[in-house]
Design a protein around this ligand. Sequence first.
Ligand code: SF4
Ligand code: ZN
Length: 322
Amino acid sequence: MRHRFSQAMQTLKCMNCAGPVFYTRRYSGESLCSACFRQSIESKVRRTISKYRMLKHGERVAVAVSGGKDSLSLLTIMAKIVPKHGSELVAITVDEGIDGYRDESISNARLVTERLGVPLHVISYKQLFGFTQDQAINTRTGKVTSCAMCGTFRRRAIDVASDQLGVEVLATAHNLDDMVQTFMINLMNCDLKRLGWFGGTSQSERFKVRRIHPFMEIYEKEAALYAFASGLPMQSTHCPYMDEGIRSSIRIYLNSLEEAHPGIKNMMLKSALGVADRFRQSRTESTRCVSCGRPSTGELCSTCELLSTFPASSIPVETPVS
Ligand code: SF4
Ligand code: ZN
């Protein structure tokens, strides 16, 4: 049986160039060789950028690079696209301070940025907040999960780095799976405010910098295959704090749906964008955080709210922004 299957794969030819097949897209039936597959991902990202008007000529663009396969794939593709928009590209990497995990991904980020000739800016929690993620995990007092805490700090770190670099656009490697999972989490929490924020770009008072998600129409699996086909370095370790919150249950559920109904994640993304449109008008206007002065939807921004749950001695005061 296995023999017949591998024989069938060997006889399959790329629908574009008749080369050996690397990947077959179940939802569209396309069979592609490695080079045509990579080209198809690059074209799709170009189409997404143009469909959602993500880039304007001459803007300074940053890619948030964790050093994982998705962000390295995105950086590789953006390095081909951004200069054609007459724009400058930089990479931002956040060092959370996770022993035995972060060093490898930061060195992968260095390797790929050097290879592409893209300047890399590394910002750490230690510099910004006075503690590492390792220390924060041991000091936290509230019920916040490791990833929720890390996500809040990382958003702030990226905002600060973007300010330092004078960036106008920040590209993150959220893929189609991430987007649909986020939509479902917000739906389950009845978080109408966040449902209204959902989309490929977010230019609002909340973010001085326009955030874009050029991988929003790329399946997680295909982003990983792009990294593999491009010979990008793969991280060998997992974060020791990865929590198994609701997101991983939703991921498993969505993958089983996709297995039974190829293409359903694409349909869910379209539905999510439609729902977001309905909620966008009613979204809450932002004000300024009374503590750090950054845009916020409440009296305190989420970072300051989280920091207030830590022992006061461990928190350096960030200079308020005007
Ligand atoms: Fe942070 Fe969670 Fe990612 Fe680890 S898995 S780096 S704790 S967000
Ligand atoms: Zn604040």
